[in-house]
Design a protein around this ligand. Structure first.
Ligand code: PEP
Ligand code: MN
Length: 335
């Protein structure tokens, strides 16, 4: 980290600032130019409050040289993290598709969707039991019964299951869940993230719709700092001024996160675009740009879905998409 000092700062003020940094365990390197003095900070600057330093009277600007995330940082862990879930690997060249309904609605619904997406090649089954809905009057999910139905579908098909947690008090219900999802709305629920850091299960961490990639990585860092290193990052669309689509898919997240972190990165085209007829284009683009996987909403009867029917593919549309994914993967393997 570098602090650029204002030209009018006195020697005494600069010395005071140097001691302030040193009291925080940092080594300092003073560089006095003809017009400008710069203080270089050496050591772990992750605990330094940049805004606080920038607000000091004698400081002109502050620049971080190293990123504030450590465990998630590729610099300290150059090799891709590969996460194994019920025999399926994701990351480091291993690609997986997670598919299923937005929410679990009934035994017939979840089992029929599970069987059809499995037949088309999906590895993992998704389904919401605890649903984060904008309106308190909208369907809130079947809650614990929803998790039981997912476990039934898992027993029937052998598919590992992914479902969202909204409150750490529900953790005991997730004992047999394979991957715990943190939804966009909870990406910065730091107390929840800390609890999930103590869990020995992979976490699917979705990017908040108004969060930067650095904030996403800092949220991963919260989980990793507590000991859980198995995190799958998910870009699911961010909020922009566009209204034809539910959100705007930020595909640039894939190559940028690939550079910044060793964690697997998947794309959720369903929530990104919100319109089923556009899901295939985005999904194929995500595969082409190097995502480690996809999470896709599929419903046996989208018109009557309790949640997110407009963006849900039918099992037949999903089968067609799965074929497209296979073909794009073949092409990119040759690049
Ligand atoms: C979901 O996956 O069902 C969901 C609610 O997603 P998001 O948190 O991305 O909105
Ligand atoms: Mn949904």
């Amino acid at each position: 980290m570098i602090a650029v000092i204002k030209p009018e700062a006195t020697e005494q003020q600069i010395e005071g600032l140097v001691s302030w940094f040193q009291a925080r365990g940092l080594k300092t390197h003073l560089s006095e130019g003809e017009f400008q003095t710069i203080i270089g900070l050496i050591g772990d600057t992750s605990k330094v409050d940049v805004d606080l330093v920038e607000g000091l009277d004698i400081v002109e600007s502050v620049k971080r040289i190293s990123e504030p995330f450590k465990s998630a940082n590729r610099k300290f862990h150059p090799r891709d993290t590969v996460i194994e879930i019920g025999g399926y690997k994701i990351g480091g060249g291993n690609f997986q598709v997670i598919a299923g309904p937005c929410s679990v609605e009934s035994p017939d619904q979840i089992i029929s969707v599970a069987e059809s997406v499995k037949a088309s090649g999906a590895a993992l089954l998704r389904g919401g039991a605890f649903k984060p809905r904008t309106s308190p009057y909208a369907f809130q999910g079947l809650r614990s019964e929803g998790i039981e139905l997912l476990l039934e579908a898992k027993a029937r098909t052998g598919m590992p299951i992914v479902t969202e947690i909204m409150n750490a008090v529900h953790l005991p219900l997730f004992e047999h869940v394979d991957v715990i999802q943190v939804g966009a709305r909870n990406m910065q629920n730091f107390e929840l993230l800390k609890e999930l850091g103590q869990v020995k299960k992979p976490i699917l961490l979705k990017r908040g719709y108004a969060n930067t990639l650095q904030e996403l990585l800092m949220s991963a860092e919260y989980i990793m700092a507590e000991g859980n290193k198995d995190i799958i990052l998910c870009e699911r669309g961010i909020r922009t001024f566009e209204t034809y689509t539910r959100n705007t898919l930020d595909l640039s997240a894939v190559p940028v996160l690939r550079d910044l972190t060793h964690l697997p990165v998947i794309i959720d085209p369903s929530h990104a675009i919100g319109v089923s007829r556009y899901v295939k284009s985005l999904a194929l683009a995500a595969v082409a740009c190097g995502a480690d996987g996809l999470i896709i909403e599929v419903h046996n009867d989208p018109q009557n879905a309790a949640c997110d029917g407009a963006q849900s593919l039918t099992p037949e549309q999903f089968a067609d998409l799965a074929e497209g994914i296979r073909r794009i993967r073949k092409v990119i393997e040759t690049l």
